[in-house]
Design a binder for this molecule. Sequence first.
Ligand SMILES: [Zn+2]
Length: 58
Amino acid sequence: MEPAPIIVCVECGGRAHLISFAPPDQEYEPGDQLIYRCEDCMDRFDIVHDDIEGPEDL
Ligand SMILES: [Zn+2]
C-alpha cells in the first residue's frame, strides 16, 4: 500500500506533498507516520498512514 504522494491541504486547499520516506526495502505499514508539507501555505501535516487508506475489511 503506497500512501498518496499528494493530498489536499486542509488549511488552504492547496497541494500538500509527502516529504517523509519509507525505509529502504520496506513499505509503509498502517500506523506509520506520514509527513506532508503544503506548497502554498507551507503548513506541515502529520498523518497516520491508516487514516488515508480506504475502509478496512474486518
Ligand atoms: Zn496549504
